[in-house]
Design a protein around this ligand. Structure first.
Ligand SMILES: *[C@@H]1O[C@H](CO)[C@@H](O)[C@H](O)[C@H]1NC(C)=O
Ligand SMILES: *[C@@H]1O[C@H](CO)[C@@H](O)[C@H](O)[C@H]1NC(C)=O
Ligand SMILES: *[C@@H]1O[C@H](CO)[C@@H](O)[C@H](O)[C@H]1NC(C)=O
Ligand SMILES: *[C@@H]1O[C@H](CO)[C@@H](O)[C@H](O)[C@H]1NC(C)=O
Ligand SMILES: *[C@@H]1O[C@H](CO)[C@@H](O)[C@H](O)[C@H]1NC(C)=O
Ligand SMILES: *[C@@H]1O[C@H](CO)[C@@H](O)[C@H](O)[C@H]1NC(C)=O
Ligand SMILES: *[C@@H]1O[C@H](CO)[C@@H](O)[C@H](O)[C@H]1NC(C)=O
Length: 474
């Protein structure tokens, strides 16, 4: 922690001043969310969950189950396909932590609707713009459903563990790997996509994390071997800083991945930490994984929780600079870190107090909208800022706070299930009938181009031109 936090972030003076004055102003809003007791946490989470569902249209007639309104490239809403998958995962955790079943039916329907004909989260509507990370986020939500013993889909429907395996198997297939940069997955799956020449942390992070969790669930060493190899690649290529464990965004194959984009997004670091914690557990507490867990946490605490409040480094300092994608990262960070405390219990006393402080700050700014309880994104400032400032309707902002509040209940939850304690059936052939990217895909249409990590391409100066051309040229 900074010894002189006030000097380091002068805006805190201003925030404190504003907070003091606003108390004196008539009509100033206080948050409706209380976190004092478990019952209060559950009640707050229930309200947040209800409000987040208002953004979801997928269970109304004529709408598509599983997705939030979008994609923006088709002017259908602010959200890309992957974020629906991330939202389903948030509700899988919400149910697991609070016991509230209200949304289970909607979540199961959404997660099953999006599996695609080969049951591998490559639905034709989205394969033309598919990033390994987009598919990975859906796969991680399926994995979570298996770990949390979320009620199984009916017989005859694809099962959670098999869906996670299918995603992993398609990503482990030879056609997704090549020798550029000595290995690693590319960001995009279809070779003609902008971003196919980018090998990034999030794509490899999803693959790594799924491998670690599948190993922990099934005890099958093949998954652990992939996780080992993928982490090693991320290290060797320098996406994880060898000195201070900062986690960078990615690099291009034509530069042997040495042109590292040093943007630090919180979800990259949190995902590597989460997967490392599963590997730590799987290896019965090996020193190498312990070091990785501890160093990644130190780096995260230093960079993303400077005053113990989650902060999105690359964009939060400039209002309006965070994309809809980035506006949802804090929720994954809170959810993943809370699970780290289960599978690497020695981290519990370090991590949980930080998540608590961060969550208290999060709810403090949920004072917006007609209801007076809508959430914005700027937790550290503690003052509600309308999501419209970031040109979004606010599902990510709402999801972050739901995730943070629910995750406060992690201590009472069982650890992630495995093939002895769990309920979900494996399928080692899952993903094997999937189409490879070499087979012809649907023609590229307007709007197909931008995937989950669209944020990445926006900050890759040189790529912006081609992205804009391909997204909007029809
Ligand atoms: C959609 O789901 C929500 C939340 O469970 C529920 O309140 C609503 O009635 C559902 N709408 C339809 C049309 O089924
Ligand atoms: C694909 O798009 C069509 C047309 O919008 C829609 O009816 C269908 O439900 C979508 N399928 C999936 C899996 O999203
Ligand atoms: C389940 O776990 C045991 C280890 O306890 C392992 O031997 C077995 O192969 C696993 N079964 C499946 C189907 O993954
Ligand atoms: C372990 O996983 C690999 C790769 O998915 C699979 O080929 C193998 O059959 C699995 N082994 C067992 C014992 O289930
Ligand atoms: C590319 O980088 C890797 C390290 O990531 C290095 O081992 C390899 O020699 C480099 N290849 C070329 C052609 O420079
Ligand atoms: C962890 O310990 C268990 C029980 O002693 C053992 O069966 C298992 O093989 C160990 N796992 C690894 C990856 O060493
Ligand atoms: C692995 O996770 C279990 C479940 O939380 C925990 O009891 C155990 O102590 C963990 N193993 C290690 C080595 O920390």
């Amino acid at each position: 922690m900074a010894t002189t936090p006030a000097l380091k972030s002068p805006s805190r003076w201003l925030t404190a001043l504003l907070a003091t004055t606003s108390c004196l102003l008539p009509g100033a809003r206080a948050t409706v969310y209380k976190l004092g007791t478990k019952a209060e946490i559950k009640e707050s989470a229930a309200t947040l969950a209800y409000d987040l569902m208002l953004y979801y249209k997928g269970n109304q007639s004529g709408e598509i189950p599983g997705i939030l309104p979008g994609p923006p490239t088709e002017h259908k809403g602010d959200y890309y396909w992957w974020e629906g998958g991330a939202m389903m995962g948030t509700y899988v955790d919400y149910w697991f932590l609070t016991g509230d079943e209200s949304y289970n039916k909607v979540v199961t329907e959404g997660m099953i609707h999006q599996v695609g004909p080969d049951e591998d989260y490559m639905p034709p509507n989205h394969t033309a713009s598919l990033g390994n990370d987009d598919q990975g986020f859906w796969g991680m939500s399926a994995m979570l459903a298996a770990e949390n013993k979320f009620p199984n889909p009916p017989e005859g429907q694809p099962q959670w563990l098999a869906l996670a395996q299918a995603v992993f198997h398609t990503q482990a297939a030879p056609e997704r790997h090549d020798n550029t940069c000595n290995g690693g997955l590319r960001w995009q799956v279809p070779p003609m996509n902008a971003g196919y020449n980018y090998k990034n942390t999030i794509a490899n992070g999803c693959f790594f994390d799924l491998g670690a969790r599948l190993a922990a669930y099934t005890f099958n060493q093949s998954y652990a071997d992939w996780a080992d190899k993928t982490f090693q690649w991320l290290w060797d290529v320098g996406y994880i800083d060898h000195k201070d464990w900062r986690v960078y965004d990615g690099g291009h194959v034509e530069h042997n991945c040495t042109d590292i984009n040093k943007a630090q997004f919180s979800y990259n670091a949190a995902l590597l930490l989460h997967g490392s914690a599963f590997m730590y557990n799987y290896t019965n507490g090996s020193e190498i994984w312990k070091t990785r867990v501890d160093k990644l946490w130190e780096g995260m605490h230093r960079d993303f929780f400077e005053d113990d409040i989650a902060y999105e480094i690359p964009c939060e300092g400039r209002k309006g600079a965070c994309t809809a994608d980035m506006l949802s990262f804090k929720g994954y960070v809170h959810r993943w870190l809370s699970v780290v405390t289960k599978v690497a219990p020695h981290t519990r006393d370090k991590i949980l107090p930080v998540l608590r402080t961060s969550t208290e700050a999060a709810v403090k700014q949920c004072t917006g909208g007609d209801t007076g309880r809508r959430c914005g994104f700027y937790w550290r400032e503690g003052v509600y800022v309308d999501p419209a400032v970031d040109k979004t309707s606010g599902a990510g902002e709402q999801m972050n706070v739901l995730a943070a509040v629910s995750s406060l209940l992690i201590d009472d939850a069982p650890p992630p299930a495995n093939n002895i304690t769990g309920l979900s059936k494996p399928n080692y052939n899952a993903g094997s009938r999937s189409r490879g990217p070499s087979e012809p895909l649907a023609p590229i249409t307007n709007g197909d181009r931008a995937g989950a990590a669209i944020l990445t391409i926006l900050i890759l100066g040189s790529a912006v031109g081609s992205w804009a051309w391909m997204s909007f040229g029809d």
